[in-house]
Design a protein around this ligand. Structure first.
Ligand code: BES
Ligand code: MN
Ligand code: MN
Length: 463
């Protein structure tokens, strides 16, 4: 066994215990009730970076939640890796659907994780994955095997759009100077089919309000004579897709990247079991844009989805009311070359245009971000591929994901750096949902793979 694997083996219980302590901190970035806890998580990471052997460790204040930084520059002739991750988590709601408290981690076996998985909000996204980097770093330091310079930048606002991190990277270009960014905040196909994420979708997110009469009305006295904003809103939303499940907003597809037949054929080689997919979700059939497979629909094609819709009376029993207002939150997942700003504008213009004269509409944009494609022919990808091949015993498959990490395209735009998305989560780990978990196999496999990435990245970047 290598020095590195030996050290991991001897310290695996402590590594897990430290992750459990981190998962107990409810660092929910979206909810100001938790802002002290978000800070507590930042302090925890800061302390663990120091004890692992990082230098120049600092907590940078922002207009929102803090950014934790630390580095170890060991040799000017070594390449430098900028490690990015996030210590904030999504809200745990709805609490009643969790089998155990989201902030009291428990370890249980599942059919997919026979060696155990840790159940807690943030277990996979992203505390468990981010923490692998701290422990891999500690391992490389303690075994004298650190072969790259490293800079850690761990933020607390990924789940709310990373707006302050954007300002931070614009203001600290020199400090963040590196050769590549390394992120574990994505997934693999399965524990025996390793893959590397080579694409993320962008995001445009809006909230809409449809206003009818100036007050809630009796649906008997006024019903039929005054437009009902919920009826109108649902009709407007329904009109946003055509019969082929394409999006009906003029200009929406203008810049959409056309993926070549060759690349589509390559993508289709990734193992995928449609029956198992449908069974897992309890659906008779999948649905989506005509002419594309399920895996294309959720990665290389843009979408428009209602994330929430409300208005009127939703309490117990029946109340006869014609509501004054109706609301919806709508997300659009974007693909490379679509600009989130432009798409938001197109949506806004279109939604205003299709509003009938008997209602008023307001569209409020939220955070957004651009899509990313990672090339498979540069040192970073080659090092990641070799590292995974060593640790899994199988060559990883490049796969584009449908999720978004808005800061990643800005690493390229602002810092001129490509990002390696070396994630170890599974789709079945149900990130953002009740009973989120992360496999112990995946946690330790990540800690084992990261030093191999450093080793190969060093070899490929010898000066
Ligand atoms: N880590 C996820 C994104 C992700 C997960 C990408 C799995 C690929 C595979 C990240 O924390 C996330 O949830 N991003 C948000 C966007 C953000 C602006 C709230 C998303 O994709 O909804
Ligand atoms: Mn994440
Ligand atoms: Mn997330």
């Amino acid at each position: 066994m290598s020095k590195i694997n030996n050290f991991i083996d001897q310290n695996k219980d402590r590594f897990l215990q430290e992750l459990i302590e981190l998962l107990k901190i409810p660092s929910v970035s979206a909810d100001s009730k938790f802002s002290d806890n978000v800070r507590e998580a930042a302090n925890y990471i800061h302390n663990k970076l120091i004890s692992a052997g990082a230098e120049n460790c600092q907590i940078f204040e922002t207009k929102g939640h803090p950014i934790v930084y630390g580095e170890k520059i060991i040799n000017d002739s070594f390449p430098t890796i900028l490690v990015y991750g996030h210590y904030d988590v999504q809200p745990a709601d709805p609490y009643e659907l969790w089998d155990s408290n989201p902030f009291e981690p428990v370890i249980k076996n599942t059919s997919i994780h026979p060696d155990g998985a840790i159940f807690a909000r943030g277990a996979c996204d992203d505390k468990g994955q981010m923490y692998m980097h701290l422990k891999a770093f500690e391992t490389m330091i303690k075994t004298n095997e650190l072969l790259c310079n490293v800079k850690f930048m761990i933020e607390g606002e990924e789940e709310v759009g990373s707006e302050n991190l954007e300002t931070f990277i614009r203001e600290n270009k020199e400090m963040l100077n590196a050769d590549v960014v390394l992120v574990s905040d994505t997934g693999i196909i399965s524990n025996d089919t390793p893959s590397i994420c080579v694409g993320l979708r962008g995001l445009s997110y809006v909230e809409v309000e449809v206003v009818g009469p100036n007050r809630d009305l009796h649906s008997g006295l006024y019903g039929g004579a005054v437009a009902n904003p919920i009826n109108i809103l649902t009709k407007m939303i329904a009109s946003l897709h055509d019969e082929n499940a394409q999006i009906n907003i003029p200009g929406f597809y203008d810049n959409v990247e056309i993926v070549s037949e060759k690349e589509r054929a390559e993508m289709a080689k990734a193992p995928f079991d449609l029956d198992a997919y449908q069974q897992d979700l309890d659906i008779k059939s999948v649905f989506g844009e005509k002419g594309y497979t399920t895996n294309e629909r959720n990665s290389i094609r843009p979408t428009l989805d209602v994330n929430g819709i409300w208005g009127g009376y939703i309490g117990e029993g029946a109340k006869t009311v014609l509501p004054s207002k109706a609301y919806a939150k709508i997300s659009m997942r974007l693909v490379p070359h679509q600009s989130s700003k432009r798409i938001t504008q197109l949506f806004q213009d279109h939604f205003n245009k299709i509003a009938p004269e008997y209602v008023k509409v307001n569209v409020t944009p939220h955070h957004g971000g651009e899509g990313v494609v990672v090339p498979t022919n540069f040192n970073g990808f080659l090092a990641a591929s070799k590292a995974m091949e060593d640790s899994f015993g199988k060559k990883p498959i490049p796969v584009r994901s449908g999720g978004s990490i808005p800061i990643v395209p800005l690493f390229e735009e602002v810092l001129g750096l490509k990002t390696i998305l070396l994630g170890f989560g599974l789709d079945s780990d149900v990130i953002h949902s009740p009973n989120e978990h992360y496999g112990l196999f995946n946690f330790y496999k990540g800690i084992e793979t990261i030093p191999l990435f450093y080793k190969y990245f060093n070899e490929l970047n010898k000066r």
